[in-house]
Ligand binder design. Structure first.
Ligand SMILES: [Zn+2]
Ligand SMILES: [Zn+2]
Ligand SMILES: [Zn+2]
Ligand SMILES: [Zn+2]
Length: 664
């Protein structure tokens, strides 16, 4: 089949730039115009290494003027704090909270509290750090915003979230040691959590502090007593489960189970196969990403650090553009990568750069040191496929400019320490970092995984559920799994952790395959091949492609059965007449497939039971039924088989339901 250069170019461009409108595209077009096609094709396009490409964009006179001219202007652009807005929002939150207290209608009350919470969240997000702006709230806007939100959360029955807000209010400067109000709030928060003993301790402290003002304590006591019976407004959402690797972790392959191993062949390179027999449902991988980033469109709804859906966001002390689910996530991010990224978040978004560029940058910003970042980046480039030699001159120019831009941001963020000049001209080590960034941009195109969580409805965890693409990550071991158009494992996520579980049994040494492109049930051979070549420069030669399996709706009911004679491995067509024996062309024995047909009927019956369990939202029961039935199917027959393919897809849905899910 012909190589579709144009299509490949479009696909490749999108991995650098997600948005045509971003200023990066303009920058690239300007530089391309300035250097001229002749230079681009005859000189730049013929450079042999990433180091040479990076050196060229910063020093060759055909390009360096427009490059330096634009990069010179890189400045912090981010969503800043706004103390006035914060205090206004807090006033709104207080107003809605008071209105809710005086409402007698439960639904109205709920709605008002919800509105109060929305305003309080904004007050938290926009408040500057303590003592930044002392003209308003005595520099305590942030602490006061957290305190206001705690009050609302207590009334909503969310004691734990309220306690953590009270703690934050103290951390950010609210005087609490002498505060009756503070201990009363603590008592109420514990009370709604059902922690009576702790509530009593807090009350005792409040009592001591209040001294003669016993009326206040009496009122609080009454509230605490009432609160104990309060049910949370919102049912606690179930926590995602990190599954155990089947037979433990393989010491030679981090994050992978002992049931798999890595092999290295001349023709197919490195990939993962079964080490021993694998059963359906076995967990073969559970791995943290080397680096992962959230898509900008989820900055307002999901934790920047762990990707969890936000309910009560915790803010970065310096910017308002991103949020965290907890003080812990905030601390971890702000001590690591976010201190370099914070002031440039809106610049990144405005550039229109793709999620893969965010990940490339993150490899450096999250590293414990510059050397550590370089080591990681260079190792990844060495081990993963980059297709460096097949890329077009334009592609190299575009990626080199992006690497230059990201390096420039690192300069401005003082990643390299305080620099001697404000100019762009990179030092030797800065050139090394830009070169490594370029390598990452190349390998990420072929090796990054999209990260999904499942959005469920209030009523049902499967009906109406949707898979939501939240971000992307690079997985060291995960990227060693080969692609097949009919995958043998299903992938889902627990936070940022990639989990792969078998959706069919594997014999020892059988390839354990993921699907990172189109799946055969939905796209025909020709389209699949085109898509895989365009996106991954890869020609698929999997069984599904070799045998050209039909789309799901066109699959014949008549499945192929395994020959039943001992030691014979051969697939036989569905018999025309079940009463008669069939002759196996391989072992030349006459065999009966009656028993196989009976077992197939039983398998299909079990698929139906599993589907009913899903309907009843009994996820674990459904998983067990699917596992057993799919294993039984593969003992007697082979794919393609419509019901089994549907069962495998359903099994994936069930497994994903044990991972990260959220309600809208
Ligand atoms: Zn988090
Ligand atoms: Zn920030
Ligand atoms: Zn294929
Ligand atoms: Zn046979």
């Amino acid at each position: 089949m012909e190589y579709d250069t144009n299509y490949h170019q479009v696909c490749s461009t999108r991995t650098v730039q997600s948005d045509k409108k971003g200023f990066f595209n303009e920058f690239y077009v300007d530089v391309k115009d300035a250097c001229g096609d002749k230079w681009l094709q005859n000189y730049f396009g013929k450079l042999k290494s990433n180091a040479a490409r990076i050196l060229s964009i910063f020093s060759d006179r055909e390009v360096c003027d427009p490059v330096l001219g634009v990069l010179e202007h890189v400045q912090p652009v981010y969503k800043q704090k706004d103390v006035l807005l914060s205090s206004q929002r807090r006033a709104q939150a207080d107003k809605f909270y008071l209105m809710s207290c005086s409402s007698e209608i439960p639904d109205e009350r709920k709605e008002l509290l919800q509105q109060a919470l929305g305003h309080a969240n904004l007050a938290v997000m926009r408040a500057p750090g303590p003592q930044v702006d002392t003209a308003i709230d005595n520099g305590l806007s942030l602490a006061m915003a957290y305190r206001t939100r705690a009050t609302i959360l207590i009334t909503m029955g969310e004691g734990e979230a309220a306690l953590s807000d009270l703690k934050l209010a103290t951390n950010f400067g609210l005087e609490t040691k002498e505060s009756v109000d503070y201990y009363c709030k603590m008592a109420k928060a514990y009370a709604v959590m059902g922690e009576k003993a702790r509530a009593e301790i807090s009350l005792k402290i409040a009592e001591k502090l209040a001294g003669a003002d016993s009326a206040l304590i009496a009122a609080c006591r009454k509230e605490v007593a009432a609160a104990q019976h309060a049910k949370p407004e919102r049912a606690q959402h179930k926590e995602a489960v990190v599954p155990a690797l089947t037979h433990g972790e393989n010491p030679a392959l981090s994050g992978a189970a002992n049931v798999v191993k890595l092999v290295d062949t001349k023709e197919k390179g490195r990939f993962v196969v079964a080490n021993e027999g694998i059963k359906t449902g076995d967990v073969v991988l559970c791995e943290n990403p080397v680096a992962a980033c959230l898509l900008p469109s989820f900055f307002g709804t999901n934790c920047h650090h762990c990707f969890k859906r936000l309910r009560t966001p915790v803010a970065c002390l310096h910017c308002s553009g991103i949020a965290f689910c907890s003080a812990q996530c905030m601390g971890e991010a702000c001590e690591s990568y976010h201190r370099f990224e914070c002031q440039f978040m809106d610049l990144f978004i405005g550039s229109g750069m793709s999620i893969l560029c965010f990940i490339a940058l993150r490899v450096f910003t999250q590293a414990s040191s510059l050397d550590d970042g370089l080591t990681t980046a260079n190792l990844l480039f060495e081990h993963l496929c980059s297709h460096q030699d097949e890329r077009q001159a334009d592609d190299h120019l575009q990626r080199s400019l992006m690497a230059g831009f990201l390096m420039r941001v690192l300069q401005k963020a003082q990643y390299f320490g305080r620099r001697k000049t404000e100019g762009v001209n990179p030092t030797a080590v800065e050139l090394q970092v830009a070169t490594a960034l370029l390598g990452l941009l190349q390998v990420l195109q072929y090796n990054a995984h999209e990260i999904y969580h499942t959005m469920v409805t209030d009523e049902h965890c499967f009906e109406g559920c949707r898979v939501i693409y939240l971000g992307a990550g690079l997985y060291g071991t995960g990227s060693y799994f080969n692609h097949e158009c009919c995958p043998s494992v299903a992938g889902y996520y627990v936070g940022k952790k990639l989990v792969l579980a078998a959706t069919k049994p594997h014999r020892p040494n059988e390839t354990v395959a993921v699907n990172y492109g189109p799946i055969f049930t939905k796209m025909n051979l020709k389209e699949r091949q085109r898509s895989l070549r365009g996106r991954y420069a890869f020609s698929c030669n999997c069984m599904t492609c070799q045998e050209n399996w039909p789309l799901l709706q066109k699959i014949d009911k008549q499945v192929r059965f395994w020959c039943t004679s001992a030691n014979c491995v051969n697939l036989l067509r569905f018999p025309k007449d079940l009463a008669k024996d069939v002759r196996c062309p391989r072992c030349r024995k006459n065999i009966s497939l009656k028993e196989s047909v009976v077992r197939l009927i039983k398998v299909e019956e079990q698929y139906r039971e599993a589907a009913e369990a899903m309907q009843a939202q009994k996820t674990n029961e459904a998983i067990d039924l699917f596992k057993e039935a799919i294993d039984a199917f593969f003992q007697i027959a082979a794919l393609p088989h419509k019901d089994t393919l549907i069962a495998q897809q359903s099994l994936l849905k069930c497994l994903a339901d044990t991972g990260s899910t959220f309600k809208k």
